[in-house]
Design a protein around this ligand. Structure first.
Ligand SMILES: Cc1cc2nc3c(=O)[nH]c(=O)nc-3n(C[C@H](O)[C@H](O)[C@H](O)COP(=O)(O)OP(=O)(O)OC[C@H]3O[C@@H](n4cnc5c(N)ncnc54)[C@H](O)[C@@H]3O)c2cc1C
Length: 467
């Protein structure tokens, strides 16, 4: 890795000349919110040397040119809800470039079903504005109330509706990007098809702020579904609950959301809210949303889903109001955070393998002497584990966690999966990325990074280290 310069008074003056004095932060108190994200591993939190808040693409480009001239790292940041320390500085230091002031919804085009937005727009705000016009922005991470669209693109966020609509990458027509060298380029286009050279917009999406800074996005919108129904099936056996994914697939039932919560997660929600959750004694949840063009069509699908869930062993199946059905799932992240999780996993396997994965993880966990709770975007084959330290000493915890993770990664890859379905690699999972990615694939990624960012200015030391 190159040797970087510290942020001296000269650089601060030059940054102020670009964005204005008010938008360059150096006071430690004002830097504090930018030293962390939502990762459970607080050991990686680190104060940036400065935070810069540009308001226009040209300012972002000028900052990148300055950073190349003066050789200091730039770490792009959205809302800081990431879980892998992608938006915080590491041992290389540098500035955080926050996109929070670039937060305009520039256009919602009802006739042609698209929106143009700046990267600092909160995802739920776009969803709400689109909804007012009878449209749906289908990207829907559980953090939607606070994360930014730009951050969603940079991490290729998934979420609840990915099973039907795909991840953030599938919602994007085009992105305006500031390259690491400070050029401005539009990648992709508002077209249904395109074989005009490499699809670089697809490469930028999910690159976790290492290849370019996303400064504008043209997003797909779809008509709001006319009718939706929400189903909660309670299973005593978690395995059987997850095998429902296979049964629904076999029956060709098209679902919009297909989520799983194990019993411990339901209890966490119960402890947090103080309200009794249905089936909390022994139950595990499958939560399903189906959409249809008419009430009759939706009802018919519900009947099929009900039959399938019961045939799979559901003790109870409720069809009802979205708020009630989704309540514990929506509250879970906050509830879990309040109990202090120490390690999180984001495994993804082919959806038909999700039940087998959980079964094998349970065996590994017992062997390692650890406990976990799991929620899953089950329809996407994506499972999140909160691995619990409980009363273990730090030394024993680290040893057991290491043993558990190694065995778990082996199973994930044997089933054809990957270590991250949606949270990314960031600064925290580089070693695992290196261990489980083919050397050829890793070399291709590094070559891409070096070609786009020869001075390694943009978010260095994230995803992988460049030799
Ligand atoms: C409670 C909770 C629930 C969550 N649920 C989900 C979920 O359901 N699905 C899911 O996928 N994730 C989920 N996440 C993780 C997180 O919210 C997503 O990764 C989200 O997309 C991050 O957006 P952000 O704006 O907070 O980005 P940040 O955390 O600020 O940044 C994340 C990464 O993107 C880069 N970046 C940010 N903005 C830009 C930009 N404009 N240009 C270039 N690079 C940029 C940063 O450098 C960093 O590497 C959840 C997190 C929490 C805390």
């Amino acid at each position: 890795m190159p040797v970087y310069n510290r942020i001296d008074e000269d650089i601060i003056t030059a940054l102020k000349a670009v964005v204005g004095d008010k938008y360059v932060l150096t006071d430690p108190e004002r830097l504090a919110p930018y030293e962390k994200d939502e990762s459970a591993n607080t050991a990686c939190y680190r104060q940036p040397e400065a935070v810069v808040l540009p308001a226009r693409t040209e300012e972002v480009a000028a900052i990148m040119r300055l950073a190349n001239n003066r050789k200091f790292p730039v770490i792009p940041r959205g809302a800081g809800t990431g879980l892998e320390a992608g938006a915080i500085v590491n041992e290389y230091g540098g500035i955080v470039l926050s996109l929070e002031r670039m937060n305009a919804i520039l256009e919602i085009n009802e006739e042609n079903l698209y929106a143009v937005v700046e990267p600092g727009v909160i995802t739920a705000r776009l969803q709400a504005e689109a909804e007012k016009k009878g449209l749906l922005y289908a990207g829907d991470p559980c953090s939607g109330g606070s994360c930014f669209i730009g951050g969603n693109a940079a991490t290729n966020a998934g979420g609840n509706r990915a099973v039907k609509y795909g991840t953030t990458r599938d919602q994007i027509y085009a992105v305006e990007v500031v390259t690491p060298g400070g050029d401005i380029v539009e990648l992709g286009g508002r077209v249904k098809k395109m074989t005009t050279g490499y699809a670089l917009e697809k490469v930028i999406i999910g690159s976790e702020g290492t290849l370019g800074i996303i400064t504008k996005l043209t997003l797909k919108l779809v008509p709001l579904p006319l009718h939706s129904a929400h189903i909660l099936a309670v299973f005593e056996d978690a395995d059987k609950a997850l095998f429902t994914v296979n049964a629904l697939q076999r029956a060709r039932v098209e679902v919009t959301c297909l989520e799983f919560m194990d019993n411990e997660c339901i209890r966490v929600a119960e402890r947090f809210t103080g309200e009794k959750q249905v089936g909390s004694e022994r139950g595990n949840y499958i939560i399903i949303q189906v959409d249809g063009k008419s009430e009759d069509e939706t009802d018919d699908v519900c009947v099929t889903v009900d039959e399938i869930c019961r045939a799979q062993g559901a003790a109870e199946v409720f069809i009802g109001n979205a708020e009630k059905i989704w309540y514990s799932r929506k509250i879970f992240s906050e509830a879990s955070g309040a109990e202090g999780v120490v390690a999180m996993e984001d495994f993804v396997v082919p959806p038909d393998c999700i039940a087998v994965l959980l079964r094998e993880l349970q065996v590994i966990r017992k062997d390692a002497g650890l406990a976990f709770r799991s929620v899953s975007h089950a329809g996407d084959g994506n499972i999140h584990l909160d691995v619990l330290k409980e009363r273990l000493s730090q030394e024993v915890w680290e040893e057991r966690l290491g043993a558990f993770e190694s065995a778990a990664y082996d199973v994930v890859y044997r089933l054809g999966g990957k270590i991250s379905g949606e949270h990314g690699i960031g600064g925290l999972r580089k070693d695992i990325m290196k261990r489980y990615t083919s050397p050829v694939e890793l070399q291709l990624m590094k070559a891409l990074k070096k070609a786009w960012d020869p001075n390694l200015i943009l978010n260095p030391g994230k995803i992988f280290d460049v030799d």
